[in-house]
Design a binder for this molecule. Structure first.
Ligand SMILES: Cc1cc2nc3c(=O)[nH]c(=O)nc-3n(C[C@H](O)[C@H](O)[C@H](O)COP(=O)(O)O)c2cc1C
Ligand code: SF4
Ligand code: SF4
Length: 250
């Protein structure tokens, strides 16, 4: 996930990682002062905004912000309500979403019927994401108004039970477990940006408190020892992002 914007686990946008570095201190929502330009970069979950991003948008002080843009990354499906929900939430705070963009990335959602995007498509996805990132930067620098749309903006979240996801996600980690291949390196604990994993007697324990279902623990375990129920799917480690960038501050 990217800026807070958000980046719980990186999906492939070099610009998001850069933005993440700038905004990481905002994690914890302590005293973020909106500034003139605010960018929100986050992945689409269940056709909508991740739960923690919603909380962030609710709390962020945008009084001084004259230009708020959002970038929603998505996988093989559709981004659905990623931007329309952002627009609505900002409106409730008396702010306009000045620009909003969708960026297709490698799909890391593996716990339903899909697998990670086939490897042969990764290069082209990364290249296209980079081109789009440059366009976004250009539009943002000119402070232009631009707004990507998606199919199923409103019906998508209903079909995918987005509300149900929001309600249950924080404690929805009960199917995670580690196998005997675990070597007690604690990387899963470190990459969990919401501190939902605690090492206990050399093994990860999922705390059912703050999980966002980002799947960083699943994808990034060097031993492939983290599993989710019966899921037997591929794992994806973004080649452009150093694992340290995802563990800083943890
Ligand atoms: C819990 C979860 C739900 C997702 N839901 C959708 C979705 O509704 N539509 C879609 O196209 N991609 C979906 N994805 C894929 C991600 O949006 C995509 O892989 C994203 O770029 C991941 O960004 P990140 O690596 O920064 O987390 C989902 C991924 C996760 C982990
Ligand atoms: S990242 Fe994998 S190997 Fe390391 S502690 Fe977690 S489960 Fe064990
Ligand atoms: S426990 Fe795993 S899936 Fe849940 S937020 Fe942490 S890293 Fe993401």
């Amino acid at each position: 996930m990217h800026i807070w914007g958000i980046n719980i686990y990186s999906g492939g946008l070099p610009c998001s990682t850069t933005i993440k570095r700038k905004v990481k201190p905002m994690l914890g929502f302590k005293s973020f002062d909106g500034g003139n330009v605010v960018g929100l970069i986050f992945p689409v979950y269940y056709f909508g905004i991740p739960e923690i991003v919603r909380r962030f948008i609710e709390k962020i002080n945008l009084e001084k912000s004259s230009y708020v843009f959002a970038v929603a990354t998505y996988g093989k499906g559709l981004p659905g309500g990623g931007l329309s929900q952002t627009k609505k939430m900002l409106k409730a705070k008396g702010k306009e979403l000045s620009a909003g963009f969708y960026v297709k990335t490698v799909d890391n959602f593996v716990i339903w019927t899909w697998d990670v995007t086939p490897e042969k498509k990764h290069k082209s996805l990364h290249e296209k994401a980079e081109i789009k990132a440059k366009k976004i930067a250009d539009i943002e620098s000119k402070k232009s108004i631009k707004y990507d749309r998606s199919l199923m903006e409103y019906i998508g979240p209903v079909i995918f039970n987005y509300r149900g996801f929001l309600k249950k996600v924080k404690s929805g980690d009960k199917k995670f477990y580690s196998t005997k291949d675990c070597v007690s390196c604690a990387l899963c604990e470190k990459v969990c940006q919401v501190k939902n994993i605690k090492m206990s007697q050399g093994k990860p324990e999922w705390l059912s408190k703050t999980c966002q279902r980002c799947l960083a623990c699943y994808h990034l375990c060097p031993q492939n020892a983290v599993h989710f129920g019966e899921v037997k799917r591929s794992r994806y480690k973004n080649p452009y992002i150093n694992i340290k960038e995802l563990t800083n501050g943890n």
